[in-house]
Ligand binder design. Structure first.
Ligand code: FAD
Length: 499
């Protein structure tokens, strides 16, 4: 068994990895994390998707403490404005539309009956969607039996504080933190395996397994191993972001339980509400909008007073050719970056950590484990990329060169297939192992204006009057449950106070 593990980098990726390894590997494993005070973390990354709760729960983290320490708010959805067309607005909410009837997903019935004036919009059957509309949130666990509890939630938090929180947690579990800048990497002459890293101070740190969490620098995977990068900017053209934080007007300002993604002329603007402030940013492509103009756009659109200097971040969307090579595994930005839409980065960090633990190498580093890890991570990245691309490609906007490009670009066959299947049959062609499953694809496909030509034929076998009765009941139940919910502000105040 490998005993000496060295993590290079202490951003969100580094500390999530340290925490998980110290929790899930036997005690004799020695986990050391090197981070440099001279090199700042990326410092953004505040919106998550519900899988993060599995990660925190796996560590045994106390949710109330975690929320207090990271200024976290609850997140039920992402609200997309101006994506299909200027003026359009929809939520990708973390929950289902209605209940299945006779094992057929609810939306097929809705699609059949949607012209009926008594049926209403499909969002009226989605609990988290209806809660978001009025900034409501109730802290509940998912319950498949009750329509008022058929939702998942995630968090919006301060990523820097999350890393700090996990650091404290990991150090208590025996992880050693080493402060210093890695200036040299030593490889075995014959095998090419990394043997040690040397710090500016001259200290040499040896290890058997090295995890590259050094961010965009990719110190081990790229600078040392020269793995190469799959550049996906022809599919995800944004390559810059201005980020700033803003203050709430006062302590009663409603805190929405969702992240907002408002499409602009050459990208989109995020607004992520935490307990004490919002995080805002304009993600854009500099081929279509200059950095100066993008900053102006950001500052025009923010809703509160900026509380720090806007920061410019530069990136190229894509992923390393492989994330695991010999005895180095890349987790986080060192492995790739898609872009912030749909909050996939921290989820991909989590996926990499869990796959690493499941395929944990022995000293012989059998190629099968490396290959399996790489194969699975390729799928996760490609699937997330396709999901994000769906939002851009399925626009009807023609008001800027950027949107004309996105609308007309050639997309990967797999994504085209999913769109075609949905158009033809109303099915989403998802796999249950996907990061995004039926309700996620469905909400974005409908939200972006794709209208299926038909629905599942089994719908016609069920008595339409009975379907109508069931649908009316579901719609009423959702409306009642949403009305009875406390506001997000009330829940946050009570929950974080320990109630
Ligand atoms: P970093 O935070 O860059 O950390 C790198 C670490 O490596 C630092 O500790 C640094 O000190 C260390 N290091 C580097 N070089 C050396 C060296 N030579 N010696 C020693 N130490 C070294 N993700 C989401 O899930 N949701 C979001 O909403 C979201 N928004 C984003 C918005 C933008 C504009 C960007 C760019 C990213 C966003 N992300 C988001 C991604 C998210 O920020 C990252 O995935 C996450 O923070 C992990 O970063 P990291 O730990 O890999 O890298």
């Amino acid at each position: 068994m490998i005993k000496n593990i060295v993590i290079v980098g202490g951003g969100t990726a580094g500390w999530m990895t340290a925490a998980a390894l110290s929790r899930h590997l036997p005690e004799q494993c020695n986990v050391r994390l090197i981070e440099s005070d001279q090199i700042a973390t990326v410092g953004v990354g505040e919106a998550t998707i519900p899988v993060i709760r599995t990660f925190n729960a796996g560590l045994g983290i106390d949710e109330q403490e975690f929320m207090r320490e990271t200024n976290a708010s609850f997140k039920l959805a992402i609200r997309f404005q101006n994506w299909g067309e200027i003026g359009e607005d929809y939520y990708h909410a973390f929950g289902y539309y209605g209940f299945p009837i006779n094992d057929v997903s609810f939306h097929h019935y809705w699609m059949k009956m949607q012209q009926d004036p008594d049926i209403g919009g499909i969002h009226e059957y989605n609990m988290p969607y209806m809660a978001c509309v009025d900034d409501k949130f109730e802290h509940k666990q998912f319950d498949n039996e009750s329509i008022g509890s058929r939702y998942f939630y995630a968090y919006q938090f301060d990523a820097t504080l999350y890393a700090r929180y996990l650091r404290k947690w990991s150090e208590a579990k025996g992880v050693t933190r080493i402060e210093g800048k890695v200036t040299e990497v030593t490889q075995n002459n014959e095998t090419g395996f990394v043997e040690s890293v040397t710090l500016e101070s001259g200290e040499c740190i040896e290890g058997e397994l090295f995890i590259d969490c050094s961010g965009f620098r990719a110190l081990l995977l790229e600078k040392t191993h020269k793995i190469g990068y799959k550049d996906w900017s022809h599919w995800l053209p944004v390559n810059r972001a201005w980020a700033v934080s803003t203050a709430y007007e006062n302590e009663d300002t409603p805190i929405p339980p969702y992240t907002r993604a408002r499409a602009l002329t050459a990208g989109w603007q995020w607004r992520i509400p935490l307990q004490n402030r919002t995080g805002d940013g304009n993600v854009f492509c500099d081929q279509y909008l200059s950095e100066d103009k993008a900053l102006d756009q950001l500052l025009e659109n923010i809703e509160g007073e900026p509380i720090n200097e806007p920061r410019l971040l530069k990136f190229t969307t894509g992923k390393r050719e492989k994330l695991w090579h010999k005895n180095c595994v890349g987790v986080g930005l060192s492995g790739g970056f898609l872009e912030p839409l749909e909050s996939t980065s921290i989820a991909l960090i989590q996926a990499a950590i869990l796959l690493l633990i499941r395929n944990f190498p022995s000293k012989d580093f059998a190629p099968a484990t490396e290959n399996e890890f790489n194969r699975r991570m390729d799928i996760k990245y490609e699937e997330s990329r396709n999901f994000i691309m769906l939002h851009y490609h399925m626009t009807r906007r023609n008001d800027s060169e950027f949107w004309n490009y996105c609308r007309t670009m050639k997309i990967p066959d797999e994504l085209q297939h999913r769109i075609d299947v949905f158009r033809h049959s109303g099915h989403t062609a998802h796999k249950n192992s996907d990061l995004f499953i039926e309700h996620n694809w469905l909400q974005v496909m409908l939200g972006q204006g794709i209208k299926p030509d038909s629905y599942d034929p089994r719908v016609d076998v069920v008595d339409p009057q009975e379907v109508k009765r069931l649908m009316a009941q579901m719609r009423t139940d959702v409306a009642k449950a949403a009305k009875a919910m406390p506001t997000h502000n009330e829940t946050l105040a009570r929950y974080c106070a320990g109630e």
